[in-house]
Design a protein around this ligand. Sequence first.
Ligand SMILES: *[C@@H]1O[C@H](CO)[C@@H](O)[C@H](O)[C@H]1NC(C)=O
Ligand SMILES: *[C@@H]1O[C@H](CO)[C@@H](O)[C@H](O)[C@H]1NC(C)=O
Ligand SMILES: *[C@@H]1O[C@H](CO)[C@@H](O)[C@H](O)[C@H]1NC(C)=O
Ligand SMILES: *[C@@H]1O[C@H](CO)[C@@H](O)[C@H](O)[C@H]1NC(C)=O
Ligand SMILES: *[C@@H]1O[C@H](CO)[C@@H](O)[C@H](O)[C@H]1NC(C)=O
Ligand SMILES: *[C@@H]1O[C@H](CO)[C@@H](O)[C@H](O)[C@H]1NC(C)=O
Ligand SMILES: *[C@@H]1O[C@H](CO)[C@@H](O)[C@H](O)[C@H]1NC(C)=O
Ligand SMILES: *[C@@H]1O[C@H](CO)[C@@H](O)[C@H](O)[C@H]1NC(C)=O
Ligand SMILES: *[C@@H]1O[C@H](CO)[C@@H](O)[C@H](O)[C@H]1NC(C)=O
Ligand SMILES: *[C@@H]1O[C@H](CO)[C@@H](O)[C@H](O)[C@H]1NC(C)=O
Ligand SMILES: *[C@@H]1O[C@H](CO)[C@@H](O)[C@H](O)[C@H]1NC(C)=O
Ligand SMILES: *[C@@H]1O[C@H](CO)[C@@H](O)[C@H](O)[C@H]1NC(C)=O
Length: 827
Amino acid sequence: MGAMKWLVFLVFLNIYSPAAAQSGIQVSVFSTTSKTVILRWSAYSGAASYKVSAALSSSPNDAIAFVMFGPNTVMGSISSLSQDVAYTFTVEALSANQTVLGSGSTKTSTAPDMMDPIRTVKPKDSRTLMADFNPKTGATSYVIRVENTNGFFREDSVSSSPAEIKYLNPYTEYQLSIMAVNDAGRSQPSSHVAEKTLLPPPQLSTSSPSNDSIIVTWPPVSDAVRYTVFMYKFGSDTQEKYNTTNTTLTVTGLDAGSLYVIKSLAWDPEGREGEESLYVNQTTRPPTPSSVSVSVVRSNSLAGLAVSWELSQDVYGTVDYHVTSDQNKNLKCNSTSSSCTLPPVGCGEVHTVYVTASNEAGPSHPSSPVVFITFPCPPESLTLVESSEGNCTLTWNTVPYADGYEAFVKKGDGSEATCNSTSNNCTYQCQCGYTYLMSVLAYNLAGSSPEGTILNYTTVPCCPESVSVSAVSADTLEITWTASRGAELYQTRAADNSEVVLCNDTAPVCALSDLSCDSSYTVSITPCNEISGCNHACKSHTKDTAPCMPTDLVLDPKNSSVVSVSWKPNNRAANYTVSAESHSEYGKNGGRTCTTSGNSCDITDLPCGSSFEFSVMATGGAGRSLPSFSTFLETDPCCPVNLTVDQVTQAMSNVSWSHAKAAQSFITSLTSLHGHARCHTQDSHCLMGCITCGTNYTVTVETFSITGRATNCTYQGFSSSPCCPSGIKLYMLASNSLRVYWRSTASSRRTTVEMLGTSSNYTCTASPGENSCNVENIQCGDVYWLVVAPLTAEGSKIPFCPYRLYSVTCLGSNIGTVIYRGKRSVD
Ligand SMILES: *[C@@H]1O[C@H](CO)[C@@H](O)[C@H](O)[C@H]1NC(C)=O
Ligand SMILES: *[C@@H]1O[C@H](CO)[C@@H](O)[C@H](O)[C@H]1NC(C)=O
Ligand SMILES: *[C@@H]1O[C@H](CO)[C@@H](O)[C@H](O)[C@H]1NC(C)=O
Ligand SMILES: *[C@@H]1O[C@H](CO)[C@@H](O)[C@H](O)[C@H]1NC(C)=O
Ligand SMILES: *[C@@H]1O[C@H](CO)[C@@H](O)[C@H](O)[C@H]1NC(C)=O
Ligand SMILES: *[C@@H]1O[C@H](CO)[C@@H](O)[C@H](O)[C@H]1NC(C)=O
Ligand SMILES: *[C@@H]1O[C@H](CO)[C@@H](O)[C@H](O)[C@H]1NC(C)=O
Ligand SMILES: *[C@@H]1O[C@H](CO)[C@@H](O)[C@H](O)[C@H]1NC(C)=O
Ligand SMILES: *[C@@H]1O[C@H](CO)[C@@H](O)[C@H](O)[C@H]1NC(C)=O
Ligand SMILES: *[C@@H]1O[C@H](CO)[C@@H](O)[C@H](O)[C@H]1NC(C)=O
Ligand SMILES: *[C@@H]1O[C@H](CO)[C@@H](O)[C@H](O)[C@H]1NC(C)=O
Ligand SMILES: *[C@@H]1O[C@H](CO)[C@@H](O)[C@H](O)[C@H]1NC(C)=O
């Protein structure tokens, strides 16, 4: 069928090829064999027949043969030619009367003779046979006809032996015959030789399921009875051969990451090796990465996980490493070197990191997982508690995976401190009145957390120091202190059992007034500021207010110099001092005081004749109260200190007395058994009768003040002087002496006798009970005043006894006479 198509195609070409010459007949060689040439020519109109003649080309005018064709024939063969000779063929169109109407010619040689059969045919591969034949002289080329019983027919033109017959079907038997070709045509085909092509090469598919094995598979090759697979490691010279009837071959025990070069062939039932496949390259999977280590790397504010591993030595080709974390499927990185960095990771994450090596064969087994915990998250919820003086406790929420915490504390004055803890709090020494900025980092082996929130905390203001609480008055406390750090305002508070007094001020001083007396006040100063509030932990100070002022003073005079003073007791405990100040009008006389812890005391020793202002003051530990309101008291007028009674005569006495304070008038009374005398005067003396000599009497003075207060003053009893002796007589004794006699008065006093002369005086004294005494050696011729008077207890002479005048005359040198001349009263 193929041959028919070929012919039809040639006819077609000739019909439509352009005409060679309009004048003649166009002639072409249709085919040539070694003995026959088939020509074609163009129809010539009017031709009644065509004559085709052949002549040797060397003598073209000597036709050696011709053939006639009818008018409707345009193709015809001329036979009985010799092989491989050059001929010139002429076609003439003849008219009915045999006239040549037109002609054309062409040259060609006859084809060679049939050749010897092909010497050998050998399969080269599944689609190619190699034909080896003996060349034929004169042949310019050869045609090998390939055909089989399935209707295959093909002619291949070849130029020499051996020749490859390509494009055949695998494992198919073909009959091959050969024809020699020259310019003119070709010989008859030789007798044929049969040969079968080889089995086709298995179409290998390879893969490496693991790092030490390769699977080779191929589709079954039809008619194959078994297969041989060849494999060698690239770079080595030992090739392994594997026989199998299966279409799958798994080779194990290979080196990881190595290139294996593989080919295979199939065996046909005839025991022939089929065509070898092309070499296929297959790399085993790379070794599992080892020594994987993970650490955190930070760049800018982001953190990544730097994963590194050991590079596999001696591996073929490019190995890509893929790192993944199962925590987050998107967390992966690729590398061809020994490390790569996983993109940003967060705090507090647990990553199980695998590294897989991958080459063109596929990925290796993942490395053994490395569990890596990232740095912890920053602790939150920072709170600060000022737990006790000087201690601040910072607490926070613990975070997972933290090994410890480090708190950074920055104090307002610029100093910084750290404080470490493994739990949720740590305590550091803080000071009042400062602002602290705090942050806490959690850390673990992977590093420390990012900075979390910053706590801005201002400690409470400091407690004031040098606090002084003083009572400026009974109801006012003045409190001063030194300004304390951090305080903007001070709340000062004084509280006792019943009331609270407050004052707010920014100044470090405060006066709390209108306080209750005799109370214990607790004074506290609370420094405050707007941010941190108030420091309620400051020490309070207790201060008692001064005692209350005593009231309801009652004076109860007990006698003229003692006054009992009492008052209402209105203090818890106090010492009371009563003072009695003498009133100035009566001159200074000093004050009197008495002290008691009770509610009354006696003021004693009040002098007479004074005016006193009484007041009570309470004194306690907290000071003294105001003095109570004063009450005035006037004492009784004084008694005259000295009172003298001078007997002026035997029946009249002058009573005088010394000044008596505050006394304005006096009533003086003399009282005896024999009578009573009285005088009322503002003077300090009084002349009183009715008192005779030798009488015992009493003197009393009643003094009166301006306001009528009276004092009875009594004095010791007085005795009036003894009476002057009477019945005085003189007797002359020898030797110029005189004896003086008087009537005995039974006096208990001595009696004196005085004789006072112009030139000399004489005395003698008689003992009590005696009624005479002697005056010796009197000078005569003189006048003498003689007085006989009793002596007072003190020994003085009673002054008011009368003097008697005596003239003493001389008699010779002795006393002549004594003459009484009269008597004279006392002046
Ligand atoms: C033959 O016929 C042709 C035309 O057909 C004519 O021209 C010619 O003269 C004839 N020759 C003879 C000898 O008759
Ligand atoms: C595979 O088969 C061929 C042919 O039978 C034989 O020559 C060869 O030794 C075999 N090889 C192995 C490894 O069996
Ligand atoms: C071919 O190999 C596969 C896998 O090794 C096996 O399952 C199968 O049984 C084998 N077939 C033959 C015919 O040996
Ligand atoms: C197989 O690998 C070798 C070495 O790299 C190379 O030269 C060769 O071309 C490869 N063959 C194929 C079919 O890729
Ligand atoms: C890493 O390699 C894998 C496989 O080649 C690819 O799918 C992936 O996109 C790569 N990842 C990165 C981050 O380059
Ligand atoms: C807390 O304060 C007290 C007294 O101020 C001190 O003794 C103690 O050591 C402090 N504690 C800490 C943890 O600083
Ligand atoms: C806290 O721990 C860090 C790191 O361990 C250390 O550098 C620092 O000195 C410690 N601080 C204190 C106060 O102990
Ligand atoms: C502070 O930490 C200690 C352990 O160090 C713990 O006993 C205590 O309860 C913690 N205090 C607070 C307030 O959480
Ligand atoms: C801390 O708080 C104080 C008072 O509110 C403020 O003046 C100061 O600026 C704050 N400091 C910081 C660092 O936020
Ligand atoms: C003092 O200030 C406090 C708080 O600022 C306030 O509660 C109180 O009423 C004030 N007291 C007086 C007496 O102003
Ligand atoms: C009263 O005075 C006494 C003696 O001086 C003293 O011991 C006592 O403490 C005082 N009492 C008061 C309440 O001051
Ligand atoms: C009272 O008399 C005595 C003795 O005669 C005298 O010393 C004293 O000064 C007199 N006192 C007054 C107040 O006159």
